[in-house]
Design a protein around this ligand. Structure first.
Ligand SMILES: [Fe+2]
Length: 375
């Protein structure tokens, strides 16, 4: 049997023959990882073709209750939904809720520019200019607090470019294991320390950088709080929500120090995967020419390096290797208007490719059912 036939049989088994109002479609150039398509496409079938949003939501909910999508996500990492009646942020908001995931993910430590729509669970992906490339990362992989499932909604497709790059960290693990086993072993052995720079809100550079420690971590700060009180509250959030530490700088900026494993084991499958923001941090740092202290980039931002967990430098050749393997195994989502991709943040990294023209890509972050164990 071809892989598509196997996948159709799997779907029929999960949904039940009589309830089958969706079907698998083949996404050109998809990757095949341990015999599974990555990503897998789903479109409406029979009565569901051309159905209104409420009908679609009711059907999706009924499958979500049977754990259909959790199963497919675990097997395939990402699902591209095409041909469903989703046009506005509110439609996406309702669509995401139909999957009955545990809860909307609350972001702690936002360091990007986002606008929120539709009651809080739909946001712009990132508002940096279209020529800015983002390297592969797990969403909040630099943090101890991260979402399990991501929805990406292609509301407006640009003239050219802008396809969202995805890679499977199952494949990334295989390749790193094969090509740089000593790098993998060191990362597993030592873990990593991520460092992030947050300027003070009052410092004009917070405008250039786009975020500051008070807005990213000061959920309990009152305007009349003293600086000491504000710092204490931020330290409390870092400690209790992220198991991270604060290092206050002479210019009142904050370095957030996050000690984390670089690889983790997925509880449901026992699969070991890289889960971190290593490539994202390094790629951006390199492109902004911020590799050397004080790590001030040509964009005006501060790009602090991630080190091994003992504080030692990660050799640049390994980070370059990580980027080249990532590019090699990446898949570009061929967005059409109205497409929604669901991504398992535990086994998939995403990136951003530049584009020309108008583009609207919205996201919704959710906590999922998956759990990590230590390697
Ligand atoms: Fe991201």
């Amino acid at each position: 049997m071809t892989e598509t036939l196997v996948e159709r049989a799997d779907l029929t088994r999960l949904v039940g023959e009589s309830d089958l109002s969706i079907e698998i479609f083949d996404i050109p150039n998809h990757r095949l990882i341990h015999g599974r398509s990555f990503p897998i496409g789903i479109k409406p079938k029979g009565d569901l073709i051309g159905a209104d949003l409420d009908t679609v939501l009711e059907y999706i909910s009924s499958l979500a209750e049977k754990d259909v999508f959790n199963n497919i996500l675990t097997q395939h990492g990402s699902i591209l939904f095409r041909g469903f009646p989703i046009q506005e942020p509110e439609d996406l908001s309702k669509f995401t809720q139909a999957f009955k995931l545990p809860q909307i993910h609350q972001e702690v430590g936002l360091s990007g520019k986002r606008t929120t729509y539709a009651g809080g669970n739909v946001k712009t992906a990132n508002e940096e200019p279209p020529d800015v490339k983002f390297y592969y990362h797990n969403e909040y992989g630099r943090s101890a607090h991260f979402p399990g499932v991501l929805f990406f909604f292609s509301q407006v497709v640009p003239e050219s470019g802008g396809q969202t790059p995805l890679l499977s960290t199952i494949e990334l693990y295989d390749r790193l294991r094969e090509e740089t086993p000593e790098f993998v072993d060191t990362l597993i052995d030592k873990g990593i320390i991520g460092r992030q720079y947050y300027p003070a809100k009052e410092d004009p550079e917070s405008q250039t950088i786009g975020w500051n420690w008070q807005d990213s971590y000061g959920f309990t700060i009152n305007p009349e709080d003293s600086l000491e009180e504000k710092r204490r509250k931020v330290e409390e959030v870092l400690k209790t929500r992220l198991q991270a530490e604060a290092e206050w700088q002479p210019n009142d900026a904050l370095h957030v120090i996050q000690r984390l494993p670089a690889f983790r084991r997925i509880a449901s499958t026992d699969q070991i995967v890289p889960f971190n923001g290593l490539g994202g941090v390094y790629g951006r740092q390199r492109d902004r020419q911020a590799l050397k202290p004080p790590h001030r980039g040509i964009d005006g931002g501060i790009h602090l390096p991630t080190t091994y967990g003992d504080g030692s430098k990660i050799p640049q050749e390994y980070l370059e290797k990580l980027l080249s393997i990532s590019d090699d195994i990446g898949f570009l989502v061929p967005w059409e208007e109205g497409d929604v991709a669901i991504v398992d943040n535990y086994t998939v990294q995403h990136a951003r490719s530049p584009w020309v023209g108008k583009r609207s890509l919205l996201v919704s972050l959710w906590d999922g059912h998956e759990r990590f164990l230590s390697v």
